[in-house]
Write a protein that binds this ligand. Structure first.
Ligand code: NDP
Ligand code: GDR
Length: 347
């Protein structure tokens, strides 16, 4: 029975990866940070899941900014595989908390790698790298060979994490890989990322809510996939004979405005956009404004367009994204509609 240690286990990807590894028979250890309120809503069901899981899911308190906790946990768990998913993962927030973002997202992975090296563990290491590394894109579509040009404190921190992973692989012969994952979403997506913000707001409007959906740059284009499909690739990267870095993407691109349109279609709502720039609004069938631009959500430096080419993953890992864009949006919209109905019932 293999043992995995997941940092960021309470996040979107941590929840899907835990479920995936438990189903594969792994013992799954996770690191969560101490918070004043419970932060395990996405994984609580895994404690009392189907028979056989019991006792195979263990949480530890720790923090990416605290070497002592990371080293202690690694030395007691001695995992076969580490999945480093923990990060201050919000690009806009990284402009407000650049130093903390660098500490957790850049030095955090270094702390884990250094502990693996120092403790002489035979542990394989996965680093959650990101399409944000491409930033101001130098080549379309982006592959493993496309030069990086990060555009936020988050992306700059992840650039350090990318290279320290490569460096420990080359310097110390660690089995360490970067998954350069493009945006992936799900009903478990954090509520302030644009996709979930859209499906949540529209679901409430659908049920008679009055709060307008306020967005920043609606022209931004992303390559959006489903988190459930992407966590499987994290695991596959660590099952290869040799450690390598892989791009994971769908190869299809949509704008934020396209996402709003698709979410309206999934909720059987009409939307028509008119106006330009800061004056742009989206109106429902009765002409009421349900979506508008709010400059508060513009970023000091933007990543306008991302489109991945996952040919290497297709060839070496057999990667085929299972969930289409429309199916992803429908699943998120249906889940947020059910949540909005629950909220309404409970007052
Ligand atoms: P989430 O924001 O949903 O989850 C982040 C996780 O990291 C949470 O469990 C969070 O804990 C934890 N965390 C944050 N700071 C610390 C810290 N200092 N110490 C310990 N834990 C911490 O992100 P996702 O699940 O979406 O993403 C997983 C990883 O993949 C991240 O590293 C992200 O940057 C990266 N990534 C994500 C992509 C995406 O589209 N989702 C694409 C490419 C890369 P808490 O619950 O307490 O906040
Ligand atoms: P991103 O995701 O920055 O790509 O990072 P996010 O959903 O935050 O933004 C995507 C694009 O939408 C534009 N946008 C808005 N974004 C947010 N959050 N809120 C808004 O109101 C809004 N309006 C427009 C943004 O400007 C941007 O262009 C995500 C994170 O998961 C990272 O951790 C990960 O590394 C990358 O995806 C790949």
């Amino acid at each position: 029975m293999k043992t995995a240690l997941i940092t960021g286990i309470t996040g979107q990807d941590g929840a899907y990866l835990s479920e995936f590894l438990l189903d594969k028979g792994y013992i799954v250890h996770g690191i969560k940070r101490r918070t004043s309120l419970f932060n395990t809503a996405r994984i609580d069901h895994l404690f009392d899941g189907p028979p056989g899981r019991d006792g195979r899911f263990v949480l530890h308190h720790g923090d990416m900014t605290d070497s002592s906790s990371l080293t202690r946990i690694l030395s007691s768990v001695r995992p076969d595989e580490v999945y480093n998913l923990a990060a201050q993962s919000h690009v806009a927030v990284s402009f407000e908390e650049p130093e903390y973002t660098a500490n957790s997202d850049a030095l955090g992975p270094l702390r884990l790698l250094e502990a693996i090296r120092f403790l002489e563990l035979p542990t394989k290491f996965y680093q959650a790298s990101t399409s944000e590394l491409y930033g101001l894109v130098q080549q379309v579509p982006q592959t493993e060979a496309t030069p990086f040009y990060p555009r936020s404190p988050y992306a700059v921190a992840k650039l350090y994490a990318y290279w320290i992973t490569v460096n420990y692989r080359e310097a110390y012969d660690l089995f360490a890989c970067n998954g350069i994952l493009f945006n992936h979403e799900s009903p478990l997506r954090g509520e302030t990322f644009v996709t979930r913000k859209i499906t949540r707001a529209l679901a409430r409007l659908k049920l008679g809510g009055s709060e307008v959906l306020r967005l920043g740059n609606m022209d931004a284009k992303r390559d959006w996939g489903h988190a459930r499909d992407y966590v499987e690739m994290m695991w596959l990267m660590l099952q290869q004979d040799a450690p390598e870095d892989f791009v994971i993407a769908t190869g299809v691109q949509y704008s934020v405005r396209d996402f709003v349109r698709a979410a309206c279609a999934a909720l059987d709502m009409e939307i028509t956009f008119d106006g330009e720039g800061l004056e742009e609004v989206g109106r429902d069938a009765s002409g009421r404004v349900i979506c508008q631009v709010d400059p508060r959500y513009f970023r000091p430096a933007e990543v306008e367009t991302l489109l991945g080419d996952a040919a290497k993953a297709r060839e070496k890992l057999g990667w085929v994204p299972r969930t289409s864009f429309d199916a992803l949006v429908q699943e998120m919209a249906a889940s947020d509609l059910a949540e909005a109905e629950r909220e309404r019932r409970n007052g």
